[in-house]
Design a protein around this ligand. Structure first.
Ligand SMILES: [Zn+2]
Ligand SMILES: [Zn+2]
Length: 183
């Protein structure tokens, strides 16, 4: 509900996985430096999404009716998202949620792409990127980025017993109550 086009996001993400920290990676801090990725991540995504060569990778990604008609337009998608939050929580609370979402969520997302491709430790030396415990704490487990590059399809981002993955803990809790299925 944020105006992010899932097809574009998925395609740019695939490109990142296929050329990680090599020429062609849309947002590698190894080439661009930490701050250009940390502060310019959204622009780097948009630039990659306008490249027809890159977008060919995601030709088969199909969007639902609502995604196509409502949520791919940043203005309409954002208005629906923010409007719904305002209706449910009140107008200033809704705007606060929107601000929190855009500033924190986008910056945290950038932090994974920027920090975790430069610093941290590796459980899998053969895989790209790094794990960072403190980034994982504030991103719901996403900071275990070396684990993610090793197993890109796994919703579980932690690997060692002592790695705390809040996203996975939430999924396991939902599963306990029969609200999610992981097997
Ligand atoms: Zn990565
Ligand atoms: Zn990924």
């Amino acid at each position: 509900m944020t105006g992010i086009n899932r097809k574009e996001w998925v395609t740019v993400h695939w490109k990142h996985h296929s050329d990680t920290d090599r020429k062609g990676d849309p947002h590698s801090p190894v080439f661009l430096g930490f701050w250009r990725v940390q502060l310019g991540n959204v622009l780097l995504y948009r630039k990659a999404a306008r490249d027809p060569e890159i977008m060919k990778l995601g030709e088969k990604v199909n969007l639902s009716w609502a995604e196509k008609n409502l949520f791919t337009s940043p203005l309409l998608g954002l208005s629906i998202g923010i409007g719904t939050a305002c209706l449910i929580f009140g107008w200033w609370q809704g705007l606060l949620i929107a601000l929190f979402h855009t500033v924190f969520y986008l910056q945290l997302n950038s932090l994974v792409n920027a920090y975790c491709h430069l610093w941290g430790y590796r459980n899998f030396p053969e895989a790209d990127a790094f794990n960072s415990k403190w980034v994982a704490w504030i991103t719901g487990g996403e900071g275990f980025h070396n684990n993610h590059h090793k197993k890109p399809g796994s919703p579980k981002l932690s690997n060692k017993k002592w790695e705390f993955d809040m996203g996975w803990a939430i999924i396991e809790t939902l599963e306990f109550f029969g609200l999610a299925e992981t097997k």
